[in-house]
Design a protein around this ligand. Structure first.
Ligand code: ADP
Length: 408
């Protein structure tokens, strides 16, 4: 059986194909991306166990992008399937699933939810939906599954998800904390349990997904109980271009003093703030680390503010859970920057968090464990793999449906 995973953005579609092997282990056999959809000249890049392909072509929309994905997957020499029906399931990453508690086989009701929550995720959900509709027509016999970035956080209790604005707005608009990166947080939490050799149901974990988007989650006994992103992915940590937590009055004053419209302020907070806005150098941590090492104070202040914010959330979530067994770092910055890990985790000894400087330089040599032996709270570096997690969820739902069908 083969499973295709799709991550559809507004101008890109990323894809991966997994083969289901014995014991339901998933092996990646192909991956690729169609970029700059609708922008004149697009690129199609593809890599499989049988070779690579790369070409430029005009790709008008997501429908055409999916046609190209099918074409490369069926390539006589380098393809991994011979017709679309060999794809049993398609797992779609969907950013905002509202109050959906779980991944779901996509039917009309699920499409409606994705459409409804597009108002809160205007950069993501419409593109996700385009990908779903295009894939349904290219792979009509496959089972299509939506895996939501929000679903894992649906266990967050009311006191943590409510905002202190008039309650009627929660009732009327569903304004509440949803949280995102749930696919990644739940994946690394499961991996952490494996590394620690303890059942997930017995662990208190703080998972830090630190990429260009960034969030922290408190995971208590396998369930998310707090997370830093909110109604949208704008809240919480300082990110590449997103501001994270700010006093909401700033929105009001910027509109008033700079004579900006609400759309302009929203854009400024999403795309011109964060590390980029603070440093006025770059949104990219690698670039900022380089600049800072050459004495650029602007880059340094942005990185320090980023690290401070993560540290603050770690402390808060230790309070929420009355301690933690481990802190997990993942995504680009968490996985690959010893300097940023050190900035975030130094000075936490009194909370029982002690980083081992040597292990921090090469986590892979220590099974990902970078805390010192006497650290009460373990520190783990775990590479995330959201596509694999989506394919596992898709397989689980396909299996669930098959066993239901058999029971009739
Ligand atoms: P996304 O998938 O959300 O675009 P990633 O998880 O790839 O993000 O993370 C991107 C961030 O990780 C960027 O800020 C990038 O500079 C940073 N990053 C990647 N590799 C390194 C590295 N070796 N050292 C420091 N930062 C890194």
């Amino acid at each position: 059986m083969k499973i295709l995973v799709l991550n559809s953005g507004s101008s890109t579609v990323k894809f991966r194909v997994y083969n289901v092997e014995e014991g339901d282990a998933l092996r990646e056999i192909a991956s690729g991306v169609v970029e700059r959809i609708g922008e004149g000249v697009s690129t199609v890049e593809y890599k499989s166990v049988r070779g690579e392909l790369k070409y430029t072509v005009k790709v008008k929309d997501h429908g055409e992008a999916l046609q190209h994905i099918l074409k490369v997957l069926c390539d006589a020499e380098k393809g991994v399937i011979s017709n679309p029906d060999e794809i049993t399931g398609v797992g779609h990453r969907v950013v905002h699933g509202g109050e959906m508690r779980e991944s779901s086989i996509i039917d009309e009701r699920v499409e409606k939810v994705i459409e409804e929550y597009a108002r809160m995720a205007p950069l993501h959900n419409p593109a996700n939906l385009l990908g779903i509709r295009a894939a349904k027509s290219v792979f009509p016999h496959a089972i299509h599954v939506a895996v939501f970035d929000t679903a894992f956080h649906s266990t967050i209790p009311e006191e943590a998800y409510l905002y202190a604005i008039p309650y009627k707005f929660y009732v009327k608009y569903r304004i509440r904390r949803y949280g995102f990166h749930g696919i990644s947080h739940s994946y690394v939490a499961r991996k952490a349990a494996e590394i620690l050799g303890e059942p997930l149901e017995k662990l208190k974990l703080i998972t830090c997904h630190l990429g260009s988007g960034a969030s922290v989650a408190a995971i208590m006994y396998g369930r998310s109980v707090e997370t830093s992103m909110g109604l949208t992915p704008l809240e919480g940590l300082i990110m590449g271009t997103r501001c994270g937590d700010i006093d909401p009055s700033i929105f009001y004053f910027l509109m008033k003093w700079e004579k900006l419209s609400e759309d302009e302020v929203y854009d400024l907070l999403n795309k011109k703030s964060g590390l980029l806005g603070l440093s006025e150098v770059s949104n990219d941590v690698r670039t900022l680390l380089q600049a800072s090492s050459e004495g650029d104070k602007r880059a340094e202040r942005a990185l320090n503010a980023f690290a401070h914010r993560v540290k603050k959330y770690i402390g808060a979530y230790m309070a929420v859970m009355n301690g933690a067994d481990a802190i997990v770092l993942t995504a680009g910055i968490g996985e690959r920057s010893p300097t940023m890990r050190e900035k975030i985790l130094r000075g936490l000894e009194n909370l029982g968090i002690i980083l081992d400087a040597k292990k921090n330089e090469r986590p892979e040599d220590y099974g990902g464990v970078i805390s010192s032996d006497d650290s009460k709270v373990k520190i783990l570096v775990i590479p995330t793999n959201e596509e694999l997690a989506i394919s596992e969820e898709t397989l689980r739902l396909i299996r669930g449906r098959a066993s239901k069908d058999n029971s009739y």
